[in-house]
Design a protein around this ligand. Structure first.
Ligand code: FAD
Length: 302
């Protein structure tokens, strides 16, 4: 059996594997897609100490760093079940069962997509999901934020300080964000809020140049010329497979303590799949390190 088995090969999982392997214990990592979300990311400017890099390049360095250690890498394998027996058993979709004394879950998350024409076509060409990451690319431009929940309104407030103008499009008749965020939003001079707006299409040529929505109250179609669209309709953790096994919050995020431990002894979690307040590469790496050290601590005590 493994001492530490990491599930997930993004920044959190790769970091956890390296920290575990450096303790000289038997370490494995199983990932559906080694690299994780950064494979879908173009420019990265907030991975501190590296002024600029690109997602696929960072993913390749992650893999190279992991391979420098004695880690059993099982890529292109999806895990579908976890069960705590004497050891912890992790079952792959192909039916194979891996056994380990501790497991670190680092299966990340996915942004909920709008599913309208133009969205996938213009990803990284004006369509963005992370204001902390891509906000500065839209300095002085007009952007839309789709979604009027807490994350949408926070994004709009954040972007209003960078962009020339921000238009918030909310599907429902009212914004759902906390009142204090809404007050702050409405106090900003360069923000317009449109409710009852159903996004129909994101338009562009080589880059985004506009958005079309339907006013659900009147049925009329409207077009706005702009350069960026931030989709903020939810970040979904990849934790469905842990139903009834590991404790999660109402968003589906795994609840961890300050050592990365879950409610199941020997099972730790890190990165975007947990209830960490913010989801970023550098934060995922920090929590991956924490979970590996937590797992090592657990091993020497049990
Ligand atoms: P992930 O990167 O999501 O990795 C999860 C891993 O688990 C993957 O290997 C996946 O294949 C695997 N996995 C999932 N389910 C299973 C399963 N059932 N079985 C086996 N393996 C599984 N952050 C920044 O700091 N700066 C940026 O500039 C930035 N830009 C971004 C741009 C985009 C378009 C996106 C989508 C995100 C961006 N982020 C950015 C956020 C950042 O990518 C994430 O915070 C970070 O990747 C989270 O790392 P993670 O390891 O927790 O999860």
């Amino acid at each position: 059996p493994f001492d530490v088995l990491v599930v997930g090969g993004g920044p959190a999982g790769a970091t956890a594997a390296i920290y575990a392997a450096r303790k000289g214990i038997r370490t494995g990592i199983v990932a559906e897609r080694f690299g994780g979300q950064i494979l879908d990311t173009l420019g990265i400017e907030n991975f501190i100490s590296v002024k600029y890099t690109e997602g696929p390049k960072l993913a390749a360095s992650l893999e190279e760093h992991v391979k420098h250690y004695n880690v059993d890498i099982m890529n292109l394998q999806r895990v579908q079940r976890l069960e705590k027996k004497d050891l912890i058993e992790v079952e792959l979709e192909n039916g194979a069962v891996l056994k380990s004394k501790t497991v670190i879950i680092a299966t990340g998350a996915r942004w909920r997509n709008l599913g309208v024409p133009g969205e996938s076509e213009f990803k990284n060409k004006g369509v963005a999901y992370c204001p902390h990451c891509d906000g500065p690319l839209f300095e002085g431009k007009h952007v839309a934020v789709i979604g009027g929940g807490n994350s949408g309104v926070e994004a709009a407030i954040d972007l209003a300080g960078i962009a020339k103008h921000v238009t918030v499009l909310e599907f429902a008749p009212e914004l759902k964000a906390d009142a204090v965020l809404q007050d702050r939003l409405y106090s900003l001079p360069n923000v317009t809020v449109i409710k009852n707006a159903q996004t129909k299409e994101i338009a562009g040529t080589d880059k985004v140049n506009g958005i079309t929505y339907i006013d659900r109250a009147t049925g009329k179609e409207h077009h706005i010329e702009l350069q960026g669209v931030f989709v903020q309709i939810g970040l979904v953790p990849n934790t469905e497979w842990l139903d009834g096994v590991v404790e999660r919050n109402r968003f589906g995020e795994i609840i961890v303590d300050k050592r990365g431990a879950t409610n199941v002894p020997g099972v730790f979690a890190a990165g975007d799949c947990t209830d960490s307040a913010y989801k970023q590469i550098i934060i995922s790496m920090g929590s991956g390190a924490t979970a590996a050290l937590g797992a090592f601590d657990y091993l020497i005590r049990n």
